[in-house]
Design a binder for this molecule. Sequence first.
Ligand code: NAP
Ligand code: BGC
Ligand code: ZN
Length: 353
Amino acid sequence: MKAIGVEPGAGRPRLLDVPRPEPDEGEVLVRTLRVGVDGTDHEVIAGNHGSPPAGEDRLVLGHEAVGVVEDPNGTGFARGDVVVPTVRRPPPSGPNDYFERGAADMAPPEATVERGIDGAHGFMSEYFSSPAEYLLSLPSDLAEWGFLVEPISISEKALELAAASRSSFEWDPETALVLGNGSLGLVTVAMLVDDFEVYCLGRRDRSDPTVGILERLGATYVDSRETPVSDVPEAHEPADLVYEATGYAKHAFESVDALAPAGVVALLGVPEPWTFEIDGGRLHKDLVMGNKAIVGSVNSGPTHFRAAIERLDGFPSWFLDAFVTTVAPLESFESAFERTDGTIKTAVAFDSL
Ligand code: NAP
Ligand code: BGC
Ligand code: ZN
């Protein structure tokens, strides 16, 4: 069967011919419908993040998938069920405490592998198999957009962790600053606009389509070339919540300046090593005297996937149509990996329902 994979360092994905999976006991065979592409895929393709399975020289890409059950193989699923897989699986050494507690998303990198990213093949193939416990059912009317469940779940988790860090008092956040108008930033703006006054920071001209979308959602665009993160409170207002989705390492620290007292920063980006100077003393003091918090958040678990399915169902259809700019058929999968001016969220379509 056909798959899309990458050899580390090759810099671009290519079509592979791989055997169709034979599901083991407890595993389901899934016919792939669509698989999304995000910044992490580009980092994997560039050779900056992740790796193929141990002993292999190439990785089948794809971690944002939706598919339809081809062979339930004696599990509780039925042929034809629409499903979305989670990303993390036990490492080659076997399940550990994190998996046994149902908290794989809280595991450190060495205690897990990630399908399509790190140490395990992904879902960009005509069929994939997965233990039933790592699949969630999706209403079939959402199948077309199901590849968005995983990225939305990432933000569901990060927002939960951020709120949990403020749970010792009645936190009543009103203002959110989302850093990054890429696919993760923009979908998070869509999640926040009902409950927050939202600012979204990017570095593109106002003619960029993401600016039109975030303004139509009711958010305010901030151009980081004119207003650096640290200046947002003066130019606009301090933020109770900063959600970082740029992967630009300085933002982790500048965000503290952008916070209102008792605010929280959620860091999502996965930057490269980068040495730069910061005033650590001022930062430390501001965090303490302002009761501010910084939380890092990676991956997501089944509860976040379930919340994401509900969230997806509530998104206006105009947003989905504008946000997903490319759904490339397998024959021209390359266009799902191109980053042109108009590109926002892309996916590869392997099949339809
Ligand atoms: P993306 O599409 O590459 O988006 C990143 C966005 O940040 C781009 O729009 C980029 O602008 C913008 N940006 C970068 N530096 C900036 C700066 N200095 N000022 C203003 N804007 C800046 O990637 P994504 O899929 O949205 O993901 C965002 C980050 O989150 C990536 O690092 C990814 O690895 C990470 N991520 C983490 C998780 C997790 O579980 N923690 C999950 C998914 C993604 P331009 O396009 O104009 O350059
Ligand atoms: C994926 C997560 C993964 C993270 C780190 C993100 O793009 O959506 O599932 O844990 O990258 O590899
Ligand atoms: Zn991702």
